[in-house]
Write a protein that binds this ligand. Structure first.
Ligand SMILES: [Zn+2]
Length: 449
């Protein structure tokens, strides 16, 4: 609804945005509110209770994250355009329905592909879609507009580089399962940074495969081409290389294939139900914080700024498997990457020229407090058992839910999201729709199609 309103009234909306700016600071220039840098960070599958339980484990208290102190704090709906194997239009998010029965949150959820597509293009679409509309026609990614306006662009993830979320910000393919085609499209795109797992030669414990698997990097031919500097790409692979490029001079374009096949840590061998960090970790693999620093160090070479999407991808994988310890590890990994970004903004940029968004694509695992059949966080909250202790919590699904996810923003243009928060949930309060991330970013990039 709001999207059509904006399409028809784009100048009015811009006027409102400018008026808001003027109201807050008379002499503030309009340009100041068009961010130079836009950073979107997505915890895949990270619902409110993922953050809370991680806070309790790591800090012994809630609201411990830098982003939980950001000026913009809302929730966000994530449902796709169509559900149930793409046969039925979605019920949308209905607050009364969602909270009425314990099983209701399991209805109408999205997968990561249309969720990323919605956040990147502003259009809801079908399950599995990578940047394609309901008629399987390509949509316009925010990153494409950012590129046209002279910015650098990139995607970073802790799962394969051609997986649904990073793909959903760059590529256009009918199905998220076309990994090899997606990787090729990403490698042939004008992205400046692509970093993720998906290395053809290493398994999930950073050991050499007997037979390499090239799917996530676009097949053998593309892999061989990348090694030879195809299209100006510098391919980096080792932990040492990632650590090196966190600071100082960098190549112009970096494609990073981390030496694990699917996730940095979550799929490693060993006791997968152990408490956080109790099971031996992959020592020779960089964490999300390090690869985030590399991305920022490459992208900030451009005086026109950049657009980047950074994903903590394996929060979702741990949650599908109901691995409490590994879910907490992955959420900590994501939080540390957020801290690195905040530090980058405050050291190398500032909040007047950079917009930072922290959110999720959907919730996974249906985490509640420890009581049976009570999804209300007021009557069945996560129980704090103190720092270093697993909190009282319960997994109620091994799949996604249609829960509202947390949304935090700070910096240039972030007030815009209050304009979009025109719906209210009976428990979570004001919320935006996931498409409104792209609509806001396109507005902030001064795009009016
Ligand atoms: Zn998932």
């Amino acid at each position: 609804m709001f999207k059509n309103f904006i399409k028809q009234n784009i100048f009015f909306v811009l006027l409102v945005v400018f008026a808001l700016n003027l109201a807050t600071a008379q002499e503030q220039s309009i340009n100041k509110k068009f961010p130079k840098n836009i950073i979107v960070m997505i915890g895949d599958g990270m619902g409110r209770n993922h953050i809370t339980s991680t806070n309790y484990y790591f800090y012994g208290k809630d609201s411990a994250q830098a982003y939980e102190k950001f000026p913009v704090q809302l929730f966000m709906s994530t449902y796709p355009a169509v559900i149930e194997d793409n046969t039925k239009y979605s019920l949308k998010y209905d607050s009364e329905y969602f909270w009425a029965e314990f099983e209701n949150p399991k209805d109408g959820f999205t997968d990561s592909a249309p969720a990323a597509t919605a956040m990147s293009t502003g259009s809801k679409t079908y399950g599995g879609s990578i940047g394609m509309d309901l008629n399987k026609q390509p949509l316009v990614h925010s990153s494409q507009i950012a590129k046209k306006s002279g910015k650098s662009i990139g995607v970073v993830t802790s799962v394969p580089l051609s997986h649904a979320t990073p793909a959903g910000f760059i590529a256009h393919k009918e199905s998220r399962k076309q990994y090899s085609d997606i990787a090729q499209e990403m490698i042939d795109s004008d992205a400046d940074v692509i970093i993720g797992a998906g290395h053809p030669d290493y398994d999930n414990s950073n050991q050499k495969f007997d037979t390499s698997k090239y799917e996530y990097v676009g097949g053998t031919t593309y892999w061989e081409k990348l090694k030879k500097g195809y299209n100006g790409w510098t391919l980096i692979q080792t932990k040492q290389d990632f650590e090196k490029y966190q600071t100082g001079n960098t190549p112009k374009r970096i494609i990073g294939a981390i030496q694990v096949n699917s996730t940095l840590q979550q799929e490693r061998k060993g006791d997968d139900k152990a408490e956080p960090y109790k099971c031996q970790r992959n020592a020779n693999v960089p964490d999300l914080r390090v690869i985030t620093n590399v991305a920022l160090n490459v992208l900030d070479n451009n005086p026109n700024g950049f657009f980047v999407m950074i994903e903590g991808g394996a929060i979702d994988w741990a949650s599908h498997a109901n691995q409490t310890g590994r879910m907490i590890e992955e959420t900590i990994d994501f939080n540390q990457a957020v801290d690195a970004v905040v530090k980058w903004v405050e050291t190398n940029s500032n909040w007047d020229e950079t917009l930072l968004i922290i959110t999720a694509d959907h919730e996974t695992g249906y985490i509640t407090g420890p009581k049976e059949n009570d999804q209300n966080p007021l009557t069945n909250p996560i129980v704090n058992n103190g720092k270093g202790n697993i909190p009282g919590m319960k997994w109620n699904s091994n799949n996604h839910t249609n829960s509202l996810v947390p949304f935090f923003a700070k910096g240039a243009g972030s007030e815009l999201f209050y304009l979009f928060a025109d719906e209210t949930d009976m428990i979570r309060g004001k919320y935006i729709n996931n498409t409104e991330i792209a609509i806001a970013i396109k507005l902030l990039l001064n795009y009016s199609k």
